[in-house]
Design a protein around this ligand. Structure first.
Ligand SMILES: Cc1cc2nc3c(=O)[nH]c(=O)nc-3n(C[C@H](O)[C@H](O)[C@H](O)COP(=O)(O)OP(=O)(O)OC[C@H]3O[C@@H](n4cnc5c(N)ncnc54)[C@H](O)[C@@H]3O)c2cc1C
Length: 483
């Protein structure tokens, strides 16, 4: 590729100040939230409109340059890394709310809009956008679409795909298409459904039509405190078995509580073995009626204390602790490696016991903070890359956790996507024919493979050594260079 010529052309398309080619500035784009893997792009381009995105893509397609869409870079599977170098197309400047239709409970927004900003904009009128990743104050809605993101309240309300009705997409050719629409169940194939969760390999989202929900009449958050994980795990299943579907059930173990209390002082009891953060919402009468049954399920499982938030300030403090939990790990460890396995809820205790055994065997501490109601685990493996061999050890342990999840009927990802990190595990979940069917679908959208190459599917090289950075051709400390 004639780099200078491409830089000039991109500058003409989006403006010279929105083309990043300086090697130091490009380092900002070398990783996402999973900093164990790094790959530096050759160029970053920051378009403002759909037309600019399409023009940039047409240039990449013509020159056969790989290109990777990127939102806020909070992804946790290496999805936004430019593995084969090329151009990162950053969507951050596309942040407008294009339309809000309160009567029909719809909004049309641009992909770079931060998740929480949408709720902030519509909340004065009593509405909100339901999928709430713990990263919602930083992640973009385009990234949410690409990853089919979940969040604490997705237990009751469903994940991103349940809230996206239509998409404007720039295809790998540069053509602009519209999928789905404003109304439910549009005719033809459900291409919106296929696109959501395609991890930046099917096209670049440039506008999203989402559902808005009306704020519930009442919301009550409560903290259920347990001496140990087995009792807390049993209580999670007990609540659901009692026919109650809270808006959220989140679990944290002792190490997570310690980190959170050091970082944000949410008021969690540091001597507890585990806590459940349970939230009920709905009509006042329903919320009030469900408090007692939840308490009695807790008591049946040796809950030692229940604290119901008395007001909105207290409720927000409880949530602040949970939402800041990943960041709080910095209080107790220089680095962490987060896993995203899913298991049937009834297997919670079994898998948490296995994770504890793996932690002992590898000599690495693990903090658990996760969406317990969905059985969506987030074991945070604490490590220090300055200690020889610890990165490798953390990776190996992560791989064993993934295999343990599969062994109990679970999956390798609940919400963070496959990306680069988990592509080598795909053959553990799918047979060759299953994977081939998926790859054929990808080839329809992305025929030349230029769009976000190296993600989701294992390559011949990566099959050699499951789950290792070395097998991915990446030095976890230094990263690979762009082309
Ligand atoms: C502290 C923390 C907590 C988190 N909690 C949660 C959680 O509770 N639930 C959850 O699901 N995730 C969570 N995440 C992961 C992450 O925030 C989500 O995956 C989020 O959706 C990523 O959005 P992003 O804008 O940062 O995307 P990026 O990281 O920039 O990109 C992610 C993927 O989306 C693709 N992409 C981005 N924009 C577009 C676009 N416009 N068109 C097409 N493809 C695009 C990229 O190519 C890449 O493959 C958490 C992350 C952190 C750091």
């Amino acid at each position: 590729m004639d780099r200078q010529r491409i830089i000039k052309e991109m500058a003409k398309l989006v403006g010279v100040e929105y083309v990043i080619s300086d090697p130091t500035e490009l380092k900002v784009y070398e990783a996402d939230g999973l900093t164990i893997y790094k790959a530096t792009p050759e160029l970053v381009v920051l378009p403002l409109t759909t037309e600019e995105v399409a023009a940039v893509v047409r240039c990449c397609a013509r020159e056969r340059i790989p290109f990777v869409p990127r939102g806020a870079g909070t992804g946790l599977s290496g999805g936004a890394l430019a593995l084969e170098g090329g151009v990162v197309i950053g969507l951050n400047r596309m942040q407008r709310v294009l339309e809000v239709d309160y009567a029909n409970q719809r909004a049309v927004i641009e992909p770079g809009l931060i998740n929480l900003w949408l709720t902030n904009q519509v909340s004065p009128r009593g509405y909100y956008y339901a999928p709430d990743p713990a990263s919602q104050s930083a992640c973009s809605l385009g990234g949410n679409v690409a990853e089919n993101s979940g969040g604490p309240h997705c237990l009751k309300y469903g994940v991103t795909t349940n809230h996206v009705l239509g998409l404007e997409v720039v295809l790998a050719s540069g053509e602009v298409v519209h999928l789905g629409g404003y109304a439910v169940d549009p005719p033809g194939y459900d291409l919106t459904g296929a696109f959501v969760g395609s991890e930046g390999t099917f096209g670049i989202v440039t506008a999203i039509t989402v559902r808005l929900l009306k704020r519930p009449e009442a919301v009550k958050a409560m903290l259920l405190v347990f001496e140990n994980i087995p009792d807390a795990s049993a209580a999670v299943s007990g609540i659901i078995a009692a026919g109650i579907v809270p808006a959220a059930i989140e679990m944290m173990d002792r190490l997570s509580i310690e980190a959170v209390e050091k970082g944000t002082h949410a008021g969690y009891p540091t001597d507890a073995g585990a806590i459940l953060l349970v939230e009920l919402d709905g009509p006042i009468a329903e919320v009030e009626a469900l408090l007692a049954p939840i308490e009695s399920v807790g008591r049946a499982h040796q809950m030692r204390e229940i604290r119901v938030a008395r007001d909105e300030a207290e409720r927000l403090r409880l949530w602040k602790g949970r939402k800041a939990a990943f960041a709080a790990m910095g209080q107790i460890s220089p680095e962490y490696y987060v896993q995203d396995g899913v298991i049937p809820r009834t297997q919670l205790l079994k898998i948490l016991t296995e994770i504890e055994a793996l932690s002992q065997a590898h000599g690495l501490r693990v903090a658990n903070v996760f969406h317990a109601g969905d059985g969506n685990l987030h074991p945070l493996i604490l490590y220090d890359s300055r200690i020889e061999g610890q990165v490798r050890q953390a990776e190996e342990m992560g791989a064993e956790i993934m295999k343990a999840c599969i062994a109990v009927g679970g999956s390798i990802t609940g919400e963070h996507g496959v990306g680069l990190e988990k592509r080598d595990f795909m053959p553990l979940m799918y047979g060759p024919a299953d994977l081939a069917a998926m790859e054929r679908l990808k080839a329809v959208w992305n025929p030349d493979g230029l769009l976000n190459p190296g993600k989701i599917f294992p390559t011949a090289k990566t099959c050699v050594e499951v789950g290792s950075a070395a097998a991915k051709g990446i030095d976890p400390r230094y990263g690979i260079q762009g082309f």
